[in-house]
Design a protein around this ligand. Structure first.
Ligand code: GAR
Length: 209
């Protein structure tokens, strides 16, 4: 099985989705580490209760590169082959991103390339979009810019506010992210899958522009 490390900063509901997905006998990955930049992140307590190794190191007062080095060392020690960002609210240094090139994924709560950065739900509502959604992408040095591997669209209801839209999008995230990582870590046995995803996204983008 592939070994994955999950990086969180807070609640960790996506991380929990991975924990439960990994309990299924067919799951192609094991979670070898849950790491955080915040020792108080509630998600760490859940990982501990599930007997998953945890690591935390606060970033406060540290240079970004130094903090990333500490996280990188902890990930290496865990034996992880992949890094899964799940609500890790730190911008990563280029050096860290390059070390995990093609082996680090992120989930972002918008239909990328729309609404990179923060406040994605409110921005979708303000733009009077009919659909919002979430995207899983490979991490590249530019924020929220790597190749999109998979997306789920989520309809925006007339009376949605940012909170209600966020809660519903989260349900979609919990389905999409573990499934996409499962495909990704087994891409050698299904090499067409990843190419197909990238082609599909490119096509959808062309159609929407
Ligand atoms: C999720 O909605 C995720 O998409 C978002 O943070 C939330 C984390 O929730 N990530 C980003 O905004 C990254 N730019 P969780 O801690 O319950 O998984």
């Amino acid at each position: 099985k592939a070994k994955i490390a999950i990086l969180i900063s807070g609640r960790g509901s996506n991380m929990a989705a991975f924990v439960y997905a990994a309990k299924s006998p067919n799951c192609p990955y094991d979670i070898v580490l849950v790491a955080s930049n915040d020792p108080e992140a509630p998600g760490l307590r859940l990982a501990e209760a599930e007997s998953i190794a945890t690591f935390a190191h606060p970033h406060k007062g540290m240079a970004r590169e130094d903090h990333d080095d500490i996280m990188h060392d902890a990930i290496l020690r865990s034996g992880a082959e992949y890094v899964v960002l799940a609500g890790y609210m730190r911008i990563l240094s280029d050096g860290f991103v390059k070390k995990w090139s093609d082996r680090m994924l992120n989930i972002h709560p918008s239909l990328l390339p729309k609404y990179k950065g923060l406040d994605t739900y409110q921005r979708a509502i303000d733009a009077r979009d009919n659909v919002a959604g979430c995207s899983v992408h490979l991490v590249t040095p530019e924020l929220d810019d790597g190749p999109v591997l998979a997306q789920t669209e989520v309809a925006i209801l007339p009376d949605d506010d940012a909170d209600s839209l966020a809660s519903r999008t989260l349900i979609a995230e919990h389905q999409l992210y573990p499934a996409t990582v499962a495909h990704y870590v087994t891409r050698e046995s299904n090499p067409d899958w990843i190419l197909q995803q990238i082609r599909d996204r490119a096509l959808a983008l062309e159609e929407s522009s």
